[in-house]
Ligand binder design. Structure first.
Ligand code: SAH
Length: 362
């Protein structure tokens, strides 16, 4: 039997409080099963700040839980910055071992609020245009550390009478390199008895790890899949995305075709516009050829400046010309609106700047 979201959450909370696991925790406190559900619901559905405030629990239970360090939070906000237009908020969070990650809240005009969460501290894939990739990899996050980024912003929004409508796994790290924890985090986000966000409101973005795309296909869930393609030919893609040396475009596109065939779901392809690298007419035509006739959508992403990447972004007029070629070929496209550049919160800018990483110290 697969683990439920509540089991994932409780096991994590029990271990954080110093127990060997849920069983030991339950025995120690002689907690009835419904008390466990109350704790879980308070943290994930009612978004209660911490255990001391769960009023349905008897006062002595609350006190004892507090004393043993039973906490709801697994991440601690260190710096929270808001962009000058007020639409983007970036949180820098410290994990229990001192590592840091970032997550970003985007409040679009209208009712849409998207939280972009990290699945790893740092990233091992070293895409040349991405600040996270340039800074290197630290470690995988646990399912609850991932989930808690959404919980943090959900609580903050709730205090203003708002809600999260979408979660995207597009922060630091490669979600499919931390597959099991990411899928458990999806369970936590989705659980109708808990956080309750519909699968269709969740998007996982991958650099293109083929075995995991196949595994994800077999899950047959309605979570959206996005692929960071960024180039239509192997020569181009390998020149700035080292992962392409392992999984070539042909193999990647075959896995994508199978995904659409089996799930009947659309795939989103991300394409960052890099001046004189991948933004010429020929690239647009090659991309159109890869996309045409499939249930695919292209997201053109204006390049966001990163400290050590030597690249420049494509000018807006060229982005539009590139888009027109895709339009003419019947490929659906959108141009992503950059958000939070002034607080380094836009795509590719997340690198948790307060602590130098190993690579930066060399
Ligand atoms: N590792 C996953 C999740 C990160 S998603 C993935 O690669 O899909 C973040 C998205 O922003 C990716 O599509 C990434 O390629 C893109 N990106 C990275 N650096 C960027 C930059 N400097 N400007 C714009 N987009 C960037």
């Amino acid at each position: 039997m697969s683990t439920t979201a509540q089991e994932v959450w409780l096991e994590d909370a029990a271990r954080k409080a110093g127990f060997g696991g849920t069983a030991e925790f339950v025995a120690d406190y002689s907690l009835k099963p419904y008390r466990l559900s109350q704790l879980y619901r308070a943290a994930t559905k009612e978004l209660v700040e911490d255990v001391e405030r769960v009023t349905v629990l008897p006062a002595d239970v609350r006190r004892r839980l507090g004393e043993t360090n039973f906490r709801f939070e697994s991440i601690e906000p260190v710096v929270v910055q808001r962009s000058s237009d007020g639409q983007t908020t970036k949180g820098l969070f410290r994990l229990h071992d001192g590592n840091e990650v970032e997550a970003v809240l985007m409040e679009h005009w209208g009712d849409r609020t998207t939280v972009c969460i990290s699945s790893q501290s740092g990233c091992a894939y070293a895409c040349a245009f991405c600040s996270t990739g340039q800074a290197g990899y630290t470690r995988n996050l646990s399912a609850v550390e991932i989930f808690d980024q959404a919980r943090y912003f959900a609580r903050e929004l709730k205090s203003r009478g708002k809600k999260i409508t979408n979660v995207v796994f597009m922060g630091q790290g490669e979600p499919f390199a931390n597959y099991d924890a990411v899928m458990d985090a999806v369970r936590l986000l989705n659980d109708p008895n808990g956080f309750g966000l519909g699968h269709r409101h969740i998007t996982i973005s991958t650099v293109g790890l083929v075995p995991q795309i196949e595994r994800f296909t077999a899950e047959n869930i309605q979570v959206n899949l996005a692929i960071s393609l960024h180039a239509p030919t192997d020569a181009q893609r390998s020149s700035f995305m080292p992962v392409n040396r392992k999984f070539k475009i042909g193999e990647l596109m075959r896995a994508c075709e199978t995904y659409v065939e089996k799930t009947r779901r659309k795939i989103f392809f991300e394409y960052v516009m890099l001046e004189n690298v991948n933004d010429d007419d020929e690239s647009a035509r090659a991309l159109a050829k890869l996309m045409r006739g499939h249930l695919y959508h292209v997201n053109l992403i204006p390049y966001n400046a990163t400290p050590d990447a030597p690249m420049r972004g494509t000018a807006e007029a060229r982005i539009r010309a590139f888009q027109r070629i895709l339009d003419d070929a019947g490929v659906p496209t959108t141009v992503r609106t950059p958000m939070g550049r002034d607080i380094a919160a836009a795509c590719g800018q997340l690198r948790a700047q307060t602590q130098p990483r190993a690579k930066a110290a060399l």
